[in-house]
Design a protein around this ligand. Structure first.
Ligand code: ADP
Ligand code: MG
Length: 228
C-alpha cells in the first residue's frame, strides 16, 4: 500500500515536470534537426568519417525525441477527449502499425478478438499508445523471433480483458514491481518511460494491469478496462 502511494506521488510530480520540460525542449530540437540536415546536405559526400558523425548525431536526436514524445503523453491528459470507441479497432490499427517491425524481428502475431465486444469510453489515441508500448516491448524481448499472442474478451462485471503475451526472456520476480517506475530500463537504448506512461493511461481509464512472467518462457500483460 505504501509502495503504491509513493509510486503515484512520484508519477504526479514527474507528470507536472514533464509538461513544462517537454515543450521547452521540443522547439530547439526541431531547429537543431533542421540545421543539421542542412549542414549534412551542404557537405561533400566523400568523407566517410564525417558521415558517421552525422549518423551518430541523428540517432542521438531520435533518442531525445522519443524521450520527449513519451513525456508529452504524460503532459497531455488535461486536454484529452473521451469517446465511445471500439477497442478491437484500436488493437488492429496498432498491429498494422507494428507489423513491419515485427516481421523484421521474425515475430508474428496470433490474435484472438472476441466478436461483439462492447465499446468502451476512452481516448483511442492514448489506448493505442498503451498497446504500442507493450507490444513494442514484446517484440524487443524476442530478438530471435517468436509469437505474440493477443486476446481480447468480455469479462464479467462490465469489463474487457486484454492480454498480450510474448515468448521472451521473462522478468525476474523481484523486478516486476519496478515496471512503470520512471526511467527503469534494462536496455542499452531504452528510455524506461514506456510502461510508466502506459500504466498512467490505463489508470486514467479506470482500468488495471497485471503482469505475469516466467523466466525463459515469457511475459503476459493482463489489462482490464471497464466498459460504459
Ligand atoms: P524501455 O522499453 O525503454 O526499457 P519500458 O518502460 O517500456 O522502457 O520497459 C521498462 C523495462 O521493463 C524494460 O527495459 C524491460 O526490462 C522490462 N520489460 C517490459 N516489457 C517486458 C517484456 N515483455 N518482457 C521482458 N521485460 C520487459
Ligand atoms: Mg519500451
Amino acid at each position: 500500500m505504501e509502495e503504491q502511494l509513493r509510486k503515484s506521488d512520484t508519477l504526479n510530480v514527474v507528470g507536472e515536470l514533464a509538461a513544462g520540460i517537454a515543450h521547452e525542449i521540443r522547439n530547439p530540437m526541431t531547429a537543431l534537426k533542421g540545421f543539421i540536415q542542412l549542414l549534412e546536405n551542404s557537405m561533400e559526400k566523400t568523407d566517410g568519417g564525417q558521415e558517421m558523425y552525422f549518423n551518430v548525431i541523428s540517432s542521438e536526436l531520435k533518442r531525445i525525441e522519443s524521450i520527449i514524445t513519451e513525456f508529452l503523453v504524460l503532459a497531455k491528459p488535461q486536454a484529452i477527449h473521451y469517446l465511445e470507441y471500439d477497442v478491437r479497432k484500436i488493437m488492429t490499427d496498432t498491429i498494422e502499425l507494428l507489423n513491419a517491425q515485427a516481421l523484421m524481428h521474425g515475430v508474428e502475431f496470433e490474435v484472438h478478438l472476441e466478436e461483439d465486444l462492447p465499446s468502451i469510453f476512452c481516448e483511442p489515441n492514448q489506448l493505442k499508445q498503451v498497446f504500442i508500448n507493450i507490444i513494442k516491448n514484446a517484440i524487443e524481448v524476442m530478438p530471435k523471433g517468436g509469437t505474440i499472442t493477443i486476446h481480447m474478451n468480455k469479462a464479467d462485471q462490465d469489463a474487457i480483458k486484454i492480454s498480450i503475451q510474448d515468448e521472451g526472456s521473462g522478468i525476474p520476480h523481484d523486478k516486476i514491481r519496478k515496471l512503470g517506475e520512471p526511467f527503469y530500463t534494462t536496455k542499452d537504448r531504452g528510455t524506461g518511460l514506456g510502461l510508466m506512461v502506459s500504466f498512467k493511461i490505463i489508470k486514467e481509464h479506470k482500468g488495471h494491469v497485471e503482469v505475469k512472467s516466467a523466466l525463459g518462457k515469457g511475459t503476459t500483460f493482463h489489462i482490464t478496462l471497464p466498459t460504459t
